[in-house]
Design a protein around this ligand. Sequence first.
Ligand code: AP5
Ligand code: MG
Length: 215
Amino acid sequence: MRLILLGPPGGGKGTQARLLAERYNIPQISTGDILRDAVKNATELGKKAREFMDKGMLVPDDVVIGIIEDRIQLPDCGNGFILDGFPRTVKQAESLDAELRDLSLKIDVVLDLLVDFDELNKRLSGRRTCGNCGKGYHLETSPPRNEGICDSCGGNLIQRDDDKSETIKKRLEVFQENTEPLRGYYKKRGILRQQKGQGDIQNIFQDICRAIEGL
Ligand code: AP5
Ligand code: MG
């Protein structure tokens, strides 16, 4: 099964992608996570990406398209994959379509997580992530048992550099301008599925699973 998670920044793409990856045994491919790793390791890719990410802007299309082209051909994608945060522009979506056509593959469903903008702001400013295993927390809605420490692996929780208020505002604007048009793009192709992204995380997950299993 091949899925795209299309929601806005803070929409819960990463949270739901991790649950889906476990349930369906397919990898979560997050361009944001791949780019953050590259920044952390100060690779050439990381140096190039950082200046855009710190400003809340999109990394150039050719850079992320290249990453995904290679990634979806790795052996762990044999049974499918979950794209989390890609595509984000019409150009990225068109490149993905072209590559999948060449590989005789297709996307089964595009899940669009719908969340109010006020809620997105709250989620992003309270988000913390385990620097070791990547598990996500929120200071108010899903805090760790011990402050600053991951419940699962004991790693330290960190705040993302782009979760500062000015950068959050920019990311939301960039989403509206560049990524919202993809709703129309996938609706036209008949594979867009809009899902309520607000409420209990497990309930949202169950709704998504029902949608997938009813395909
Ligand atoms: P990326 O890492 O993809 O960030 P994003 O799209 O802004 O989305 P987030 O990761 O912030 O949110 P999410 O939807 O994963 O939500 P989460 O589950 O964490 O991209 C970062 C940057 O990389 C971009 O700005 C860009 O520069 C670059 N980039 C990445 N991909 C690119 C591409 N394709 N092209 C160009 N550039 C690219 O949840 C958020 C918080 O809410 C958490 O604290 C969580 O615990 C909480 N939460 C989740 N669900 C719920 C719920 N139901 N109720 C209450 N709280 C919840
Ligand atoms: Mg994410």
